[in-house]
Design a protein around this ligand. Structure first.
Ligand SMILES: O=c1ccn([C@@H]2O[C@H](COP(=O)(O)O)[C@@H](O)[C@H]2O)c(=O)[nH]1
Length: 273
């Protein structure tokens, strides 16, 4: 999916919501546990109930890896049923020496057909470039994460008189352009969003941290929007665990609808057609 196609979906659905499929077997409704593949069935029902309200889905790979081969199978089946008009993100936070990164890229792009994968920038250009060599696929580089620990390194001042996350953005934006790179910027980092936009005005940002982590959707949207919207705001637990009962999919839809309606208002206000 290109950025123009993504923006088109955002316009059509009046939504820049990404639903996080952080499907934890320990949190699944009890009635699903007797099924052959409860993780897949949970995802299937969540996707069916929410596909018209969001433009992206983001399975966090940890939740599937933790289950071994069965988890990988549930993940592959889930990716296969994601609607074609939704952008898919493997939240895997990978990156290694070049030849190893290339294998990670093949795993997520060729074997599983994800549109994008999250990548850690710490090992530098040769660890990221192999992901960028896959035509039509996207790298989503961690820039300024939503957690408290982001202060430990990402906010450190560097010898260039800027913070490390700014150097990550400035340097990595030379490795590929806004047609193949996005950045992770936490919704809890509104204090720095202007700095982010000064360096990467045109890139899409994947924004986790609203909902369960307390980030503000209006604040991050006002400061983070660009001409093509430029934001994919993720919410996982708040939506997929809206109920732990048999009505889980219905309640997930209600939770997603509330976010989508807020997004529609923000789009009308700041990006009128
Ligand atoms: O900075 C980051 C990067 C990734 N995440 C991931 O996003 C979701 C957030 O889940 P919620 O339940 O909506 O809090 C989860 O998969 C994280 O691993 C992040 O939170 N922050």
């Amino acid at each position: 999916m290109t950025s123009a196609q993504l923006f088109d979906q955002i316009r059509q659905k009046k939504s820049y919501l990404c639903i996080g499929l952080d499907t934890d077997i320990q949190k699944l409704p009890r009635h699903l546990l007797e099924l052959e593949d409860p993780v897949f069935e949970f995802n299937r029902q969540i996707i069916e109930a929410t596909a018209d309200l969001c433009v992206a889905y983001k399975p966090n790979i940890a939740f599937y890896e933790a289950l071994g081969p069965k988890g990988w199978e549930s993940l592959e089946k889930t990716v296969a049923i994601l609607p074609k008009n939704c952008f898919s993100i493997a939240d895997a936070k990978r990156g290694d020496i070049g030849n190893t990164s290339e294998l990670y890229a093949r795993a997520f792009f060729d074997r599983m057909q994800f549109d994008s994968v999250t990548v850690a920038p710490y090992m530098g250009e040769d660890s990221v470039k192999p992901f960028l060599g896959h035509k039509g696929k996207w790298v989503i580089l961690l820039a300024l994460t939503s957690n408290m620990g982001s202060r430990d390194f990402q906010l450190l001042n560097t010898e260039n008189s800027e913070m490390l996350f700014e150097t990550v953005l400035r340097t990595s934006s030379q490795w590929g352009d806004a047609s193949q790179m996005m950045y992770v910027v936490g919704a809890t980092q509104t204090a720095y969003i202007n700095k982010v936009r000064q360096i990467v005005p045109d890139h899409f940002l994947l924004v986790p941290g609203v909902g369960a982590q307390g980030g503000s959707l209006p604040e991050i949207s006002k400061a983070g929007f660009n001409k093509q919207c430029g934001l994919l705001v993720n919410s996982s637990r708040q939506i997929i665990y809206a109920s732990s009962g048999e009505d889980f999919a219905e309640k997930a839809r209600e939770a997603a609808l509330a976010v989508q309606q807020e997004m529609a208002q923000l789009l009308d206000e700041y990006l009128p057609e």
